[in-house]
Write a protein that binds this ligand. Structure first.
Ligand SMILES: Nc1ncnc2c1ncn2[C@@H]1O[C@H](COP(=O)(O)OP(=O)(O)OP(=O)(O)O)[C@@H](O)[C@H]1O
Ligand SMILES: [Mg+2]
Length: 456
């Protein structure tokens, strides 16, 4: 039993020994990898960088560090950042809440958690969550305190401008900095911490093979799906940087450029209108219809829950309204129902099997081919993507999947199932756009009357 009669003594001991803090507060034993990180952070001025496979407990370690610092240092500031709101709010903050609920009293009731702050009653210390994107370069800036603990989760995806702006703050004497990530990129601040700037960082590699938190089945599945030599296996299992450049299939900058682009309608008016229909499989996924006409695409319609028959009716309505020359429906799983409904209506939709064969032998399957052509459309052809209120969402979708090459040198995209395990939503918006590339569509000259491009 913990002796709470000498609180000052206990806090002093916790300050020096984070593993002891974690064991006594949460009743849990950190894995040896987590303990290594926690011990390293205990030293004032520590600069710790950890590259890791999936699920070794990095975000949890960050959550423990937030609660440790807030309990043990009276005027601590803890700026926390990650590339997306999802990473911060749905993952890191959720972990903070989970572990707070296991704490001892009086800490459990005195720690307050809001959407972007963690504080402790009667003390000025706080943790603050700010996304580390290009649009928010001040994420780690503006913190002045004697005691600073910077936590950067998924640091591989944090934009370099954020680190540039925070350079002074990060090098404040005594400030602790902890960067953790799946090492997806071979450029940027996180990569340099393991290479050019190695002298300034205490570097760790957390392989799933050595983690008691990762189920062996995960490793086996990844090996079976992508192969031990693939970059996806290196990054997501071994915690090593990819050998063939960045793992991300579509670059954020390219997706942003497509979303910002404006096109004169004369640049695409001659092209056939095609629709891509992604059908939601599970609760939480979305049904999405995307219209593409040559270089121009926009989201026509989306809804979460929808009866299949209703969805089929909506597809038929959009088909007529926009004079579509071709309609591509994801026919894997329940999407087959929409295809059969449309056929019953006397229409001829294209049933796309994402898992089926590609037209071009350089792609492992149809999905990789559709995404490959979509990437060319975005990056090489300067496609214009009008996503309205869904711009952020489709940007996340487009940039979510990893890629690698299989044993036959064919391009392969990360499977949705694996993405889900990483906590990433099904990329329904991007899949709907990708579907519009399933087959080439000849211009329907009889339809050359100006397309109707009104809002849905
Ligand atoms: N020492 C531990 N004991 C028990 N459960 C733990 C421990 N460490 C982490 N967990 C749990 O394991 C799960 C995975 O941990 P976490 O999300 O921190 O991994 P991660 O390395 O950040 O994963 P990702 O690579 O997806 O970012 C979480 O549910 C977390 O609560
Ligand atoms: Mg994590």
């Amino acid at each position: 039993m913990l002796d709470l009669s000498d609180l000052a003594g206990l806090i002093e001991a916790w300050r020096k020994d984070v593993v002891y803090f974690v064991k006594s507060q949460f009743g849990v034993t950190p894995s040896p990898q987590q303990a290594g990180l926690l011990n390293a952070v205990a030293k004032p001025g520590a600069h710790v960088a950890a590259k890791s496979g999936h699920g070794t407990g990095k975000s949890t370690t960050d959550a423990w560090l937030i609660l440790w610092a807030i309990c043990c240092f009276d005027d601590v500031k803890i700026p926390c950042t990650a590339p997306t709101k999802h990473q911060l709010e749905d993952i890191l903050w959720t972990e903070v809440k989970k572990w707070r609920s296991r704490m001892l009293e009086p800490w459990k009731s005195s720690i307050k958690i809001t959407s972007d702050k963690v504080t402790i009653e009667g003390m000025p210390g706080m943790a603050v969550a700010r996304t580390g994107r290009k649009e928010n370069p001040e994420a780690l800036q503006g913190f002045h305190a004697d005691k600073l603990l910077f936590l950067i989760d998924e640091a591989s995806g944090v934009d370099d401008t954020v680190f540039e702006v925070a350079r002074g703050a990060l090098s404040t004497p005594g400030a602790r900095v902890v960067m953790t990530a799946n090492p997806t990129r071979t450029t940027g601040f996180f990569y340099r911490a393991f290479h050019a700037n190695r002298e300034s960082w205490d570097c760790y590699t957390l392989s799933c093979l050595d983690s008691p938190l990762v189920a062996p089945a995960y490793v086996e599945e990844m090996e079976k799906e992508y192969g031990r030599d693939s970059d996806i296996f290196r990054v997501r299992v071994l915690g090593e940087f990819p050998s063939g450049g960045d793992l991300q299939f579509i670059r954020i900058a390219d997706a942003e450029a497509a979303l910002a682009r404006q096109l004169d309608p004369r640049a695409y008016a001659h092209a056939p209108v095609v629709l891509g229909v992604d059908v939601a499989w599970f609760g939480g996924d979305r049904n999405v219809i995307v219209l593409r006409q040559g270089l121009y695409a926009r989201i026509l319609w989306t809804v979460r829950e929808c009866e299949l028959a209703v969805l089929s009716g909506i597809v038929a309505e959009k088909w007529d309204k926009h004079h579509a020359s071709a309609v591509f429906v994801d026919a894997t799983g329940i999407g087959a129902g929409v295809v059969s409904d449309l056929r019953m209506m006397g229409r001829q939709p294209f049933a796309v099997q994402f898992g089926g064969g590609a037209n071009d032998a350089k792609y492992k399957n149809k999905r990789a081919e559709c995404w490959g052509l979509m990437r060319d459309w975005i990056a090489a052809d300067s496609g214009c993507l009008d996503a309205g209120e869904y711009a952020e969402r489709i940007k996340d979708d487009l940039t979510a999947p990893d890629y690698c090459y299989d044993m036959q040198g064919r391009l392969q995209l990360e499977r949705k199932e694996e993405m889900k395990k990483r906590g990433i939503a099904s990329p329904d918006f991007a899949d709907a756009l990708a579907l519009t590339f399933a087959q080439p569509v000849a211009p329907a000259y009889q339809n050359i009357k100006m397309p109707i491009l009104g809002r849905m």
